[in-house]
Design a protein around this ligand. Structure first.
Ligand SMILES: N[C@@H](CCC(=O)N[C@@H](CS)C(=O)NCC(=O)O)C(=O)O
Length: 187
């Protein structure tokens, strides 16, 4: 919010000026997917969120390109249409709702078709990536998630994970913060 991600110190870590980025003893890395995989591989924590079984990994890896290209942009635009944090993006709420509905329909009918989680019965880094993109609007807007019962059940299931629940506490509080932020801008 204060623009620290554009400071010279931060740009040393990620020249793209975006979060997340890490500096692991001098090894600098950005891109959330690469960071999650690096941390899991370097800390040998694979079995938990990125199982080493080749087919499980493939099922997780298969999700990411679609996530980065389709679901994430659609949900990010939906969020920004509700909360114009970047007013330079002229986003029409109804258009964004339609795009988000299209992406969520595919997510529900493909990735959640027969699965509790994206890659099967266990929660993985694919779920860690998507669930917070969804809760951004699930917990903070009137966007109609009842149209997507499997997505709704999925998010409620993910929110039972204590880490995901913790991360989402500030998300839940966002509408209050936004009201203050936008009131200040209008002053
Ligand atoms: N593909 C990148 C996307 C990174 C990204 O878009 N970060 C956003 C926050 S979620 C950001 O830093 N936006 C501020 C900006 O671009 O100035 C990833 O998965 O890490």
């Amino acid at each position: 919010m204060k623009g620290e991600h554009k400071s010279p110190e931060f740009l040393e870590v990620n020249p793209l000026g975006q979060i997340p980025a890490i500096d692991d003893g001098g090894f600098k890395l950005w891109e959330s997917e690469a960071i999650m995989k690096y941390l899991i591989n370097s800390r040998k924590a694979g079995e938990m969120y990125y199982p080493t079984d080749i087919q499980s990994r493939a099922a997780i890896d298969r999700y990411f390109p679609w996530h980065h290209q389709v679901l994430r942009p659609a949900l990010a635009k939906l969020f920004l249409a509700y909360y114009p944090v970047f007013p330079q993006y002229k986003l029409d709420l109804e258009t964004c709702k339609k795009a988000a509905e299209g992406a969520l329909k595919v997510f529900e009918e493909t990735y959640l078709k027969d699965n509790k989680y994206i890659a099967g019965d266990i929660l993985t880094i694919a779920d860690l990536s998507v669930v917070n993109e969804i809760t951004q609007t699930y917990l903070t807007t009137d966007f109609d998630y009842t149209k997507f019962p499997k997505v709704k059940d999925y998010v409620d299931r993910c929110l039972q994970n204590p880490v995901i629940l913790e991360v989402n506490k500030p998300v839940k509080a966002f509408p209050e913060l936004a009201a203050k932020l936008f009131a200040k801008k209008d002053e």
